[in-house]
Design a protein around this ligand. Sequence first.
Ligand code: C2E
Ligand code: CA
Ligand code: CA
Ligand code: CA
Length: 279
Amino acid sequence: AKARGKNRYCLFTSDLSERIVFLRQLENNLRQAVGNREFTVFFQPKIDPVNGTMTGAEALVRWRKEDGTIVNPADFIPLAEETGLIIPLGEQVLEQACHMLTILERLGRPELSIAVNLSPLQFVQNNLVERILAMLDRHGIAHDRLELEITETAMMTNLAKTVDTLNQLAGAGIAIAVDDFGTGYSSLSYLKRFPIRTLKIDRSFIRDLTRDPSDDQLVETIILMAHNLGIHVVAEGVESAEQLEWLKQRRCEQIQGYVCSRPLPHEAFLAFIERSVPV
Ligand code: C2E
Ligand code: CA
Ligand code: CA
Ligand code: CA
């Protein structure tokens, strides 16, 4: 038993050092990729379930490597966050979102908004508000066409600063959405203290909707609570027509999920928009 224990320990250390080498390599690659602007943004449509029209889209970053392979954010956002690379990376995402907003306006669709994810580190960046407003103004974009998705956890780390930052952003007309709502273990009192326009109900509550009565009740309660507070609701990860119909009946304002569309690269997103001309 002792020998086996020792063996296991050796295996563990070699795994660990391999992992460190791997992470250092990944960090170098990521740093280069930021420099080479290898990141591209996919757009996932958000739909109004009542009339089926598109209301906007969420910008979701992808790493397009030199060999053409696409890497999903789960495989690099955590390290980008840890190394601070999320700041220049996030800036590139915001730039691409602004660029898309100008295209939408040129296409005669200025009613469409784009939501961008803000990582916790970006959110506490000192000059965040100035930088975002400067970027919007440089592109000539009305502030209310940009929405920022921020997780509860990011909002809770420094309450005084959060109130200040959110008030500045909302005061400038930018819409604030709480992302992954319901997963943050936080008190709900912030919902009346922060200038929040939208709650995004996390996919984990939507997954078994219409199949698990306790999820049905939970989601129904979240929608009622949000509406009582004058907050809009987005359901994310909606995959079935039954779920869509259920959410429509409960006046959920927006639907996002594979039932409407997967996240789409630039050209495919523009094609989707052409097919979704409002009636
Ligand atoms: P998120 O903000 O919760 O984004 C929603 C995720 O759910 C996306 O994964 C999307 O592709 C996926 N999704 C949408 N509809 C469905 C569905 O019907 N079924 C299923 N199974 N999945 C669905 P994605 O694009 O891989 O992004 C994962 C996470 O990475 C995001 O979660 C967000 O936290 C982060 N992320 C993505 N882009 C950015 C970014 O530009 N900046 C930052 N800081 N984080 C980002
Ligand atoms: Ca999001
Ligand atoms: Ca989310
Ligand atoms: Ca999520």
